[in-house]
Ligand binder design. Sequence first.
Ligand code: UFG
Length: 326
Amino acid sequence: MAKILVTGGAGYIGSHTVQFLLRAGHDVTVADSLVRGFAHNVPPGLLRQVDLTDTPSLIPLLDGVDAVIHFAAYIAVGESTKLPELHFWNNSAGSISLLNAMAQTGVSKIVFSSTAAVYGTVDVSPLPETLPMAPENPYGESKATVERILDWMDRCRGIRSVRLRYFNACGAEPGLGIGEEHDPETHLIPLIFRAIESGKPITVFGNDYPTLDGTCIRDYVHVSDLATAHLAALNWLSSGGATGAYNCGTGHGHSVLEVIRAVEEATGRTVPYVVGPRREGDPARLVADATRLKTQLGWTPRYTDLREIVRTAWEFEQFRLARRSA
Ligand code: UFG
């Protein structure tokens, strides 16, 4: 059993990881500003409401902590292009503040939420970690910056890190009442559900990409599999593993139209959609080469079927609607 501080544990991936840490018997504290996260995602008694840029408030939370899992960040790519300073402050400065507090308190292990957005648009598929980081939006830059800082923190301060580069997180762990919810919602699968519920069509952003059906291809990875990747990363660091970056995806790509079809099959409902123009900054194809995570850290994703993944998301959607009308 280890004492773990989870920043951003009231968010989507963070709250799932908290549940898996608790199941594994760890002692967990959640630090979250609740600006984008939800208190209802955190089990009672674990939540401390703090702003990560406030370094002194982090010091007591790090007392006796073995490792930090650092999720807290703003994630909307579109927002980052309009308000880059917000993303650099919250994501990059917040991380520097956290590292400052870790250095002061002698906490020397961190698992960091990075993203496929650090790669930018590359004509390679699947993407290996050996590609250079070349983000194309401030969100990706805010994460790439922290990745570089983490390398220096290891070299100069002995703080070792695992950076998990998530591809498209989706789904929900059944029966927990936690899942993907953002305000405003920008992600594909929840927006497809909204289209089913409202009857208002979702817009498919472009069907003239160089892919089989012309729509963008992404690697949709179940959030519970992302959660177990964090436990594997903790084990790696605890057993002396070196600092490194790891792609976190299934290795399989699905187009937007394939996702729509998977939702129709999983829910038995028809998805109304229209095709619109491309969304700025969307690469045609983002698929992970996750060999390094599997072979070095022993990660085995459980979910391989997109329909099954969508079914778990749909179950959470029913829960979310029931909670809203309760
Ligand atoms: N899409 C639509 N219509 C919509 C919403 C999305 O067609 O209404 C398409 C997008 O164009 C994209 C796919 O669905 O091709 C997935 O889009 P999301 O917005 O769900 O996810 P992104 O791939 O844009 O972004 C995700 C994470 C980011 C991360 C990025 C890394 O949410 O945080 O992957 O590639 F930066």
